[in-house]
Each structure stands twice: as C-alpha cells, then as structure tokens.
Design a protein around this ligand. Sequence first.
Ligand SMILES: [Zn+2]
Length: 680
Amino acid sequence: MLRLAPFALFLCVAAAAQTAPERPLTALPYTPSLDVTAMDKSVDPCVDFYRYSCGGWIKNNPIPPDQASWDVYAKLAHDDLQFLWGVLEQSANPEPPRSKVQQEVGDYFHACMDEAAIEKLGAAPLKPSLDGIAAIQTLDDLTRFIAREHLSVRGSGLLFGFGSNQDFANSNQVIAFAYSGGLGLPDRDYYTKTDAKSVETRAKYVQHVQRMLELIGDDPNSAAAEANTVMAIETALAKASLTRVEKRDPYKLFHKVTTAQLVAMAPAFKWNDYFATDGLPHLDTLNVTEPEFYKELQKQLTARPIADWRAYLRWHIVHASAPYLSSAFVQANFDFYSKYLHGVEQMPPRWRRCVQYVDRDLGEALGQVFVEKAFGPEAKQQALAMTKEVEAAMERDLRDLPWMSEATKQQALAKLHTIVNKIGYPDKWRDYSSIRLARADFFGNVMRSTEFESHRDIAKIGKPVDRGEWEMTPPTVNAYYDPQMNDINFPAGVLQPPLFDLKMDAAPNYGNTGATIGHELTHGFDDEGRQFDAKGNLRDWWTPEDAKHFEERAQCVVDQYAQYTVVDDIKINSKLTEGEDIADLGGTLLAYVAWQNATRGQDLKPVEGLTPGQRFFIGMAQWACGSERPETKRVRALTDPHSPDEYRINGVVSNMPEFASAFSCKAGQPMVRAKSCRVW
Ligand SMILES: [Zn+2]
C-alpha cells in the first residue's frame, strides 16, 4: 500500500556523508516544491519528462556512499533524522529537567550511542538465547523457545510470523493471524530462481550465515555445515510460500480455521503450548494466511533431527540481533545485506542508525517532539483542505465514469464517503512508560521495546479494532492507505517542503502532495483495494461486467509497464506493481482536476517562465527525482510493488492528454502514447 517501499534495515532512509561532517540541525532546511535548478531544460519534455524535470537534481545529488538510493523523499527523511538527532542529543543529557517523553527517548538514544559499552559486551547479550537453543532436545522445547523469542525478536524470521490483524470478513474485529516466514533473504524468489545472479546470491548468503555462526563461536567446519542446513530449511519454506504477486489477492491469504484445524495442519508444533507461553487467550478461530506453508513446516519439523533446528535458530537469533551487537556483528550484517545485496559502499554513521531505532521503537514519543517543532496547525488544516478537494474530484470522477454501472457506482461512492482522513499524527499518543529503558543497556532496551510492541499487538486479539491507530510514526516521509480501516494516513514528515510547501503556488503543490493524496485514495479502488467494501470487509461489491471493465483497463496499465526495463535484462514485474501504477495514474488525474477546481476563476500567471499547467506537472515529477544503485534496482525488481521512479513519472504523463497539451507535445512523441490507459 505504501507509496515508497520500506526495504531492508536502515536502507530506505537517507544520508549525506559527503565532505563536511554532519551536525544536528536545529530547524528543517527549506527547499521549494518546484525547483527550477533541479530541472534539465536541455531535455525535451515531450521526449523524457522525468529527465527534463529532474536532470539537474540527479546531477547535483549523487548517491551518498552510505545509501542504496537517493531521492527527494530520502533527502527529506535525512533532514528529519538530522533534526531529530539534535532533539535526541538534548534529551539524552540528564542534567536539565526532562519531560517523561524526553527521558524515554533520550535514555534510549544515549544507550545506543554508547559504542564503547556495546563493544565490550561482544556477543554476551545473546547468551541467554543461545543457552536456550543449546537446551532444546525435543519439539516441545522448540515450541516453547520460539514462543518466548517471538515476543522479543522483530519480524517473521523465526520459522513463521504471528500477530493480530483485522478479520477480513469483519473489519471491526481483531483476530489472530499466523503468517508464513522463516527466511533470511528478502523474498522467497531468491530461493527458487535459477539465473546465474540468483545462484551467486545464494552462495554468498550461505557464506554470510557461516560467518555469523563463526562470530558466535562455532568452528568453521560446523558453521559451514550449519549454514547448509539453514539454506535447506529456508528453501523448503520458501517453496511453500506464496509469491508477492499471489499475495496481492486477499482471498489467497484468508483461511479462517479453528485452533484444532491449525493443530491438524502442523501437529508437530505444540500450538497450545505456544499460545499459553505467549499468554494468549483461548482462540476459537484464527487466520492461517498460507496453509501450504504450515503443511511444509510440519514436514520439515518431523523429517529433520533436532540438531538441524538448533542450527537454524542459532542463525536466526544472531541475524535478528546483529545490528544491536558489537561492531564485528554490525559489519558482517552490513557487508552482506547492504554492501553485497544493495551496493552500499559505506556504513551509515552510528547517530543515524540510533535515531532510526528510536523512531522505530518509541516513534510516538519522538513524534510528539517532532510535531511540536515541525508541524503547525496551518499545515494540518491546509493538508486537510487539499484532501477534501481531491476527494471531491474523485466523487465527480466516479459519477461520470463511462464504464461503471450505476449499481457499482453507488457502492464506490459509499466507500469514498466513508474514507477517514488521518493527517499528521494520532489523536492519542502511545504511552511507553511501562518499558524499562536503561541508559547503559542498548540491547536490553531493544528487546524490551520489542516485547512491549508484541504484547500490545497480541493484546488486541479478540477485541474491537482501534481506528485511531497509525502504522507509521509522525516523522515518517511516506503515506499509506489501509483497505481494512478504509483510511488514508499522511504523517507530518511527508507534509513538509519540498513535498508540501505552503510558500509555493497551488500548481506544484497539487502536482506533488495532491497527486500523493489521489494516489492513496485510488488504492481503495486498485486491484487489491477494490475487493474490500466501505466497511473494510473483504466482499465483492462489483457487478461482473464492471469487474471485467476494470480488469481490462487495469490490463492496459499492466501491459504498458511490462515494457519498461529496471536494470540489465530485468523488466518490471507489472503484475506486482499493478496497484501502485494504477494509483500513480489515477492520483495524478484526480489531483489535476482538484487543482483546476481549487483555482477556478483565479487569474493564474506563468511563474519563472512556466505556465500553471507546466508547474503542476513539474511539481508532480519532482517528488520522484533520484537515483538507485544497480544492485538495489535488482532487489527492488523482486520485492518492491512500486515501479522505478522514472516510470512512475513518464508512465503516467504519457497517458495524459492534459500533459501533452501543457507542453504542446505531438502525437508520436515518446511522452504521448498512441494507446493511452485510463482507469479512473
Ligand atoms: Zn501506493
């Protein structure tokens, strides 16, 4: 759903480790939402609009050595981090009186920055978990170990994922979800693809697993054997997992079963022990997203000696903990995941990683300070007004849609009218005061805040949904639509210049943030979102003919993007990017109509030699200025539901007659597609 995909560990957010040493910022720097110096006017906009709008930016902003990619969003996120760094340095000082929130984030940050203490500990923080693994003799022991570790280890790397989510059939109710998981590579396709690069990546991965096991004291021979076992287990689990494209179909992820049925799928795993250890209430039903995965898990659990599972768990525990241990672990983790997989040359500085951990673990405490200093009531009110304007455009669009019947239109309008707009930050802040945060125990702080989050998550099972919750923290430079909540969420971090600029005229603002709002809105009606109704329930509210018309129009977009090359011989997997591509196109169209409506009757004049229409489209393109390392392009081609930036711009404008007219482009030019696609 997200506008930008979060990818592996501290890679998505940004940095500029060029020449001058970085210092904390006391205020966010200003960049206008339309920047003529970011353009390359030597390029014909009708030939390559992305280069025309962004050529200067790309030339002036090379990818910093500690980044996998670099773009306008990443640069703004970097500025946010640098600004929060200042806030945290101040909060870390115990001398002046601190508020409760300052004390929480300050002590966490202080512990994270204390590299000498972390270095001295080496692998010691892992000892309790490694001792626990060494004691596993039976599958019962294994179950209890996994249950405990699931509370304090993030992600779904330990065999499978478990947590709470809204019931697909009844969005008011929170139920338990058991997910697939258990992998160490970024996607199940890494284990199944047979091309030379994938074969090489698997070999490098096995070497990395071995290196990490050696770091916790295994001799090279046994570490090598253990690494091969890990690879064999993960390959079996990967093959039984759905692909990312299959996971776009919510029906493929919805299998509500009784606990007894789950036990029947994988009886070797002692589910009742697992639930009891995690303090879960008696579960009548739960959703097993991928039953085939659990059947394979059963096969693996019964076929393998317990020693294999000890090896597998040793790897996953050290892997999950590596970023919070001494430099040998941090470096090895960086070398494989950042350097080899993403092409990053240099480790990001410690301060930046620590700010990101605070944001992840205590985000609504840090967010309070961020909002107070960087997001005033005027920005909130203007963002809300723009959202209403874009929603009004969508309402008109739906009413006039030539291909949709009246019956489906009524349902679509009902859904649109029910969408909740969440702008900036939550109404009620999360209270972290029950977490023990120590000034000299970074590893413990990470574990305890993860446990806090796990308990918070599973405590929701069996209760009505809390509609005030956010999935992103306020400083996040990103936005999302949630089909089950039926809400759009714009954190304060994304409503900042150059993305949202109160000093600038309406055209580039509507092109940029307006199109993002439209993008998130249309997610409610893309290939995935359209399957949920106004209440957020998985229910088919389309007439068969309307569904067919939608699919034909969506297929036009799928065919268009399938032509674009990501890197080398890799094309866009446009069934994976379908929802995002439709949202980019629909969002821009809606923003254009909304902008025209918002400025109707005004005498709009050219600014800096650009007409208002041109300014709308350049503003729209300039959110996406940036570049990526080739290695990162490869990872994203497999994992990211968004198309590469240049196609997110050129792919959209080449479908829009409004664009051709703004730049007087002629039929036959590259930015004017002969067969233009249009869904909304
Ligand atoms: Zn999106």
